[in-house]
Design a protein around this ligand. Sequence first.
Ligand code: F6R
Length: 640
Amino acid sequence: MQETQIIREPIAYEKVPTRIFSNSEEASKAVANEIAELIKTKQKAGQKAVLGLATGSSPKTVYAELIRMHKEEGLSFKNVISFNLDEYYPMQPDAIQSYWRFMKEQLFDHVDIEPGNFYIPDGTVSPSMLAQHCQDYEKKIKEAGGLDFQLLGIGGNGHIGFNEPGSLENTKTRLMMLDQSTRVAAKSDFGGELTKVPKKAITLGVAKILQAKRIVLLAWGERKAPMICNAVEGTVSAQNPSSYLQKHANALFVIDEAAASGLKRMKTPWLVEDVKWTNSMTKKAVTGLSIGLGKSVLKLTNEDYNDNGLSDLLASHGNAYDINIDIFNQLQRTITGWPGGKPDADDTHRPERALPKKKKCLIFSPHPDDDIISMGGTFQRLVDQGHDVHVAYQTSGNIAVSDEEAHRFLEFVVDYNSGFNVENKETLETYKEAIDYLNNKKDSELDSPTVRLVKGIIRKGEAKATCRLVGIPPENVHFLDMPFYETGRVQKNPLGKADVKIVSALIEELKPHQIYAAGDLADPHGTHKVCLDAIFESLKELRHKNYMKDCWVWLYRGAWAEWDIHEIEMAVPMSPHQVMQKRMGIFKHQSQKDGVVFQGADSREFWQRAEERNQATAKLYNDLGLAEYEAMEAFVRYHF
Ligand code: F6R
């Protein structure tokens, strides 16, 4: 592994070696390097390299780097034998969701591995042959000489392979009932319909995984943080199968900063090593101390600092009161009911500048509902306070509409047309065909262009309804339909020049004073990240333009998580009435209610998540000793 890419070394009380990288791309390169070195070493010795491979979103970047090495550096896979961890059961190999198809698309079709040299559990084997199939799979691994290297992801519930919580250390390769949380997380791969997610999977057993000579577990994003923390710092338990890696002599967790966010060295680094007391670090320590002790910031004493490992911070300031008042004031100054700046107010103590009084604000929303979910209260305030607010929906969001929802709308079109004797027979036929298509759609098929169009129109209509409710005119609503998104499947294309061009064109046209964008880190390979990268790229291109000098960029978080309290630079309070108004705005997105496609492992609906999150932020401020609000939306300023 390339040590230079590692931001911190492993530390003593972590029970399994853990390396934290600033992002998943860097981390994946390091892991791909290690795999490539293994392949090459074995090649030189005239031996096979036996790899255990995983599917899921986490290893994709590793596979992409291996493909690059094959194409650009001549890395050969001729001596590789691979065994995949798992496969849904039952599952046809050509189905979109099959791990067979995943591995072919993500790796095997792009490298020179011999066709007979990769093995994936067979999702078509008959129930009576399953036990034999599992035994044979283990036997084949043994005959190949055992796994030299096992790559793992980790489930939100701690599973490795599909060894769900409760799996014992000695479990063999077997058929496993999938946890409800695993099935819910997989729902988006199955058109959003939980009933279509298989209930079972064949998985390599924990025992076989632990027999690998080397194990590397990958985890990206905040969603993985609780289980990572438990596996790295907690005790070994069947409730978190990834914790078994503590018992392995040569295992490594390779994680990004977001997945590491629960670890002590990230949460309370001053307890682990010498830190530089920057303002941000001080804020983190003081707010953490306050929350940890259940005392407001202004009540913290010298003893509180000394007793909790913050004596050097205390010594550098002289006394608790000075630190407390400084941090309290900083927190206070983040709160504003004027997200577009308070007219005629003194700017020194406010997050936004007062001038110009009427600002042009551009809200970028990756999907058609992120604006209202993540910053609906602020959106409403900006409009109410007279700013010229525009919203740009970056993607069509069409894959997040269920087939059933599309069916309902298609039927409406057909019935409407016949009810009102609309003549255009050709159009009618197209919609009837689309209904037929949905009725007969197989698991291996993507949506037809008509179905995708209909799904996109449904989401467009919902976004327009939200904008009407908030009160912006139709000409301020922009649908960008960024092309990277239009694959018809969960897997999107990488960001392209055409995407950035569309974003730049709108910024150029509007010349906004404020840009709001989704700075979502929870889903590093998802649409939000690509949408944010497109904005960053565009800002880079446009930064020398005159109007950009007067443009401030505010980042809000996506549906999953909120900024840490020490990071927040603008907190916009909401009254109970405003919370209700925001809820109504979210309700406009009916295709995203009651069984949403991209539910994740969280069973709450989006309006519930948003409300609970905004209320939690308000409570946090109140617990720190600031005024008590009903709810708050939070932002961080991006300096480009
Ligand atoms: C995949 C597998 C699973 C995944 C895990 C994480 O072969 O065995 O354990 O690694 O569910 O999935 P992602 O990486 O999609 O979060």
